[in-house]
Design a protein around this ligand. Structure first.
Ligand SMILES: NC(=O)c1ccc[n+]([C@@H]2O[C@H](COP(=O)([O-])OP(=O)(O)OC[C@H]3O[C@@H](n4cnc5c(N)ncnc54)[C@H](OP(=O)(O)O)[C@@H]3O)[C@@H](O)[C@H]2O)c1
Length: 308
């Protein structure tokens, strides 16, 4: 099969930090174009926005959308309507109805829709899933606490409706938990802390319960300076299973089992190449469903105004 001719839409932080290098390192996919209003890239054709790209003479097979979630639906729909396969950054969209509409459209067109969850590609995730399938789980505690000023400097969209606020990182934790737990779970309590001047939360405290009644708690906070915490602790009948550093390390019963360098985006592009070859989609929206529930059931707490 000829390599996939890919265009990136939205050449911002994650496109530059991760996508460009991962595409370069992946067999079967070549970057041929970029659509971004304020950014250009040497060596490929550059366009202002996706409409210009799709109307041009540049031949592409697929687009990778690295824009903020608000507005992603129109871009994805335009690409699918033009017969292009689509890879979505997380979160896959700003609403549930729009992501399900994209899934249906991709199916109707026979195209690949890949709703990526980069944290699911972290090294400890699949080994933890295999281990937990064999153990009795007693409880799950997620702590996802980071410094928003460090990780999202000046990103205005993240504080707007649809930007998700602290759920932008928190949904990464939910993408891992929905993958590693053998049972489904649902939300039972949600407290969301909003800065007085912002439309999205800076912290969230959540409680869930699995179908079998196992408690799952999650604490997300964007105000943590110093060491950052991206941990998931699962208590089991045989001892704790702990994923740290965003899922790249695994500690089982107190013994460090996996420490691996970041390979998340290479895995995502390898998977995208395979999905396109088979004309399959991979679109699990369950992490976004949990976030939507957190907003639906959320008690709003107001805190100090936040300035970048
Ligand atoms: N930052 C991370 O560490 C990270 C990690 C994993 C996933 N992600 C996800 O990747 C997506 C993009 O995040 P990012 O951190 O790369 O954001 P970003 O730095 O703000 O980049 C997004 C790019 O999209 C373009 N864009 C199009 N419409 C826009 C709009 N209405 N507002 C702002 N930018 C717009 C902008 O480029 P032009 O102005 O040139 O059009 C911008 O540079 C998000 O869904 C995020 O959750 C981010």
């Amino acid at each position: 099969m000829a390599p996939i001719r890919l265009a990136i839409v939205g050449l911002g932080k994650i496109a530059r930090d991760q996508h460009l290098g991962a595409i370069e390192a992946t067999e079967g996919i070549d970057l041929v174009a970029v659509a971004s209003r304020h950014a250009k890239l040497d060596g490929v054709r550059c366009f202002h926005e996706i409409g210009d790209l799709l109307a041009s003479d540049v031949e592409i097979d697929a687009v990778s959308l690295c824009t903020p979630p608000q507005g992603r639906f129109e871009q994805a729909k335009a690409a699918l309507d033009a017969g292009k396969h689509v890879m979505l950054e997380k979160p896959p969209g700003a609403t549930l109805s729009e992501v399900y509409a994209l899934e249906a459209l991709a199916k109707e067109k026979g195209l690949t829709l890949f709703a990526t969850w980069h944290s699911r590609a972290a090294a400890a995730v699949e080994p933890a899933r295999a281990l937990l399938a064999k153990r009795k789980i007693r409880s799950v505690a997620v702590e996802w606490k980071e410094d928003v000023r460090h990780w999202h400097p000046g990103q205005a969209w993240i504080w707007e409706p649809g930007g998700l606020g602290v759920f932008d990182p928190g949904i990464n934790a939910l993408s891992i938990v929905t993958r590693i737990l053998p049972e489904k779970f649902h939300l039972t309590r949600s407290e969301l802390t909003f800065p007085a001047n912002r439309a999205a939360p800076i912290a969230a405290s959540l409680a869930f319960e699995t179908d079998g009644g196992v408690p799952v708690s999650a604490e997300f906070d964007w105000r943590q300076t110093g060491p950052q915490t991206w941990d998931i602790r699962v208590e089991t009948d045989e001892g704790p299973v702990v994923l740290t550093h965003g899922g790249s390390r695994l500690v089982v019963d107190g013994v460090q089992r996996i420490v691996e360098e970041d390979r998340e985006y290479r895995t995502l592009y390898r998977d995208f190449v395979a999905l396109v070859a088979d004309r399959r989609s991979d679109a699990d929206f369950s992490p976004l469903v949990h976030v939507a529930d957190a907003f639906m059931l959320g008690r709003r707490i107001q805190t100090d105004a936040f300035e970048d």
